[in-house]
Design a protein around this ligand. Sequence first.
Ligand code: HEM
Length: 297
Amino acid sequence: MLSSTVALAAVRFGCYLALLLLVGSAGLALRLSADLNATTERLRANAVRLALIAALALTLGRIASLYGQTWLFFGVDEGVDAETLRIIAMETTWGAGWRVQFASATFALIGAALVRTHVNTGWPILGVGALIAAGSQSLTGHAVEGGWLSPAVFAQSVHVAGAAIWIGSLLAIFAVVLRRKPDRTLVATVIERFSPLALLGAGALLFTGLTTSYLYLSSPADLIWTVYGRVLVAKITGFAIITTLGYHNWQRIKPRLGDVAANDELRRAVAAELAVAIVVLVATAFLVVLPLPAASM
Ligand code: HEM
C-alpha cells in the first residue's frame, strides 16, 4: 500500500512539473515573440521545444495516472486491463476529470508540435491546451468532492494557474535564458517582464491556498495534530522561503542586472528558489492523496 501511494505521488509530482513547465515555457515563447532578433529567435525556439517536451511528458503522465488509479481501484486481484481502464476512465467521477486533463494535454502537445514546425495556428491550440490543463488539474483532487462547480474547484484551479504563472515561468526562464548565460541586457529585459507576473502568480497562489486551507481544515489545530496539517505547514514554509528569496532578488539583484556578478548571483538565487519549489510540489503530491482532516477524525 505504501509503495503504491509513493508511486502515485511520484506520477502526480511528474504531472505537476510538466504542467508548470508547459505553461511557463509557452508563456515565455510568446513573450519572446514581442521583440525578435537573432538571439531571442533562438531562445524562443528553445522555449517552444521545452513546451513540446513538457506537453509530451504531461500526456504520458496522464496515461500513467489512469493506470495508477485503475490499479489502486481494482488492486492485484482483478489487475489492470483494457476493461478496467475503460471503467475508471469512462464511468467514474475521477475519470471525468481525467478525460479533460488528458484531452487538454494532448491538445497542447499538438499545438506545440505545430508551432515547432512553424505553423502559426499552433499558438492558440498550445495556449488553450495549456490553460485548460492548468484549470483542470483540480478535477482529480480533493476539490472535486463537492462537484465541478464547487468553490474548492474554483479556488484550486486559480491556485494551480498561479503556481504555473509564477513557478512555471521561473522554471522556463531558468532553463531557457539564465542557464545559457545570454547577453546581459536580455536577462534584464526578461526579468523586468517577469516581475509583475511573479507578483500576480504568488498573490493568487497565496490567496487561493489560504481559501482552500480554510475549506479543508476543521480547525487551526489540524495543522499540528493531523498528517495533512503538517504537510500543509511544510508547504506554507516552502512558500515563505521562496517569496523571501524572490523578494531578495527583486530588491537587491534586479537593480544591478547587467553586470556579470549580478547575473551569476541571480542564476544561483533562482536555482535555490526552484529547488524549494520542487520540495513544495513533492509535499503537494502527498497532500492530495492524504485524507482530509475532517475525514480522518
Ligand atoms: C510555491 C508555492 C506553491 C505551489 C507551487 C503550490 C502548488 C499546488 C498544486 C500544484 C496543488 C495541486 C492541486 C491538485 O492536484 O488538485 C496544490 C494544492 C493545494 N495547495 Fe498549494 N502550492 C503552493 C503554495 C501553497 C500555499 C502557500 C498554501 C496555503 C496557504 C497552499 C495550499 C494548498 C492546498 C490546501 C491544496 C489542496 C490539496 C488537496 O487537494 O488536498 N499551497 N498546490
